[in-house]
Design a binder for this molecule. Sequence first.
Ligand SMILES: Nc1ncnc2c1ncn2[C@@H]1O[C@H](COP(=O)(O)OP(=O)(O)O)[C@@H](O)[C@H]1O
Ligand SMILES: N[C@@H](CC(=O)OP(=O)(O)O)C(=O)O
Length: 507
Amino acid sequence: FLFGPTRNPRSHTHLYQTHHEVEDYREGIHGSRNTKDEGVTEVVMKFGGSSLADATRVDHVANLIKDQIQEGYRPRAVVCSAMGKTTNALLAAGDFALDGKVCLDATRELHMQTMDEFKISDSTREEVNALLKECENMLTGVSLIQELSPKSLDQLVSYGERCSVRIMAERLNQIGVPAKAFDAWDVGIVTDSDFGDAKLLPESSGLVRRAFESLDPNVVAVVTGFIGHSPEAKITTLGRGGSDLTATQIGAAMDLDEIQCWKDVDGILSTDPRLVKAAVPVKHVTFQEASELSYFGASVLHPIAMQPAMQSNVPVRVKNSYNPSAEGTIISNAKTATNLVTALTFKRDVKVLDIYSTKMLGAYGFLARVFGDFEKHKLSVDVLASSEVSVSLTLDKKQKMDSIRELVKDMSPYADVTLTERRSILTLIADVKRSSEVLATVFQVFAELGISVKMMSQGASKVNISFILRDDQLDTAVQELHKCFFEGNCIVNTVSPYVEMMKEETV
Ligand SMILES: Nc1ncnc2c1ncn2[C@@H]1O[C@H](COP(=O)(O)OP(=O)(O)O)[C@@H](O)[C@H]1O
Ligand SMILES: N[C@@H](CC(=O)OP(=O)(O)O)C(=O)O
């Protein structure tokens, strides 16, 4: 009973439910993969702040890593985010410093308590103390010069991850797992200089590979997520939630067998569990579906994180560190889902711009001018629908209002523009080949609820259908559609085969 590259059957009993699935997985994903060491599954494991809330959780994660090793996995890297809500606390400390108050108490206390609990060695304690002291000095500097640039902000938040990896590496060593802490730049993570939202440079892949070649594969490299170095060796961050991207970059660069992102939920769920308690885990999604889910609002994964994994075809598994025996979600190139809808996602508080051409421009001349102006103001669009003489599009809350005003001014010689606020994007991740079935249900539900759709769009990716609604109607729309597509309890009579199937199963 041999499973893939791992010879320990126990290791996969909770990962794959059936033999058939194992075969799919091997054929679809591992078929052409070179296994580096017969009998070992090489992985990168990523743990977010939700998995590292306090000493108890750090200890739990360290033991989970040890268990995984005993089950036949070899974690070449463990990528850690900052503990708990440390990144938010550091951002708040930065704001306080601008108001003249320097306070790092909550962050210091969390790390001190954790180190006390583990009776951390003097050398690690000194290292973490030195980092926290440096952070505090920085806050004093901010309070004095009353300035906190995006560059300084990235350095400020970096202390969270730099502290957490040192504590995690020591805890692993204490429980008998050889480990060493690394700052991301020491294992080749280099980015551009777009502070706050830096992009990985293509040379990162080669640098990561080379860095790991010189490391002992039996010593776990505990690496800071989220942060990197710009070409001038300044600290950058990859955007909120960026540790997922660090993990996929490492896994892809080293062509590992699997990238594991450990969270506080049983995988990618059918929708945000904070809005729908009945949200259920989705067993499998494609890279493209996972990317669209994140772009359109699901905070479970960083929007760009799928790119390295997709390019290298390394599967990503989303698992629950609070419930490791749950199967989780596998993200790969292989499409196996049969549900009409894979998941529902949403983005609140978006603006809609309706742009009508006032000049006799051909469609291409009009669109070229519109997009030229968006580029000029660095405004990024989410959803778009157009005709020969008009285009409607959405801008999320990250887009700056000043830039939007300037854009509207620049367009005034050739277009009338209306701006509507307080709208939401509701996106269905679904196979658009079956869009008639999906749309039939959606529009019946919306008609029943009195919800009017301001705009809709079917993405070129062929996996998403988006609707623009009023903000105040979003929650009900998501809850009712979830009932139809996942709970077999729709407020309208639908022709959905999925609902029919659910009914039959209940009988
Ligand atoms: N479709 C979804 N599936 C799973 N989780 C989701 C989804 N949409 C939103 N979430 C939220 O994402 C959270 C996990 O992401 P995050 O807090 O960033 O994890 P971590 O810090 O461990 O990386 C969950 O606790 C859940 O509330
Ligand atoms: N600590 C960073 C990076 C990160 O990825 O965090 P998490 O994995 O907890 O979402 C943040 O809070 O954005």
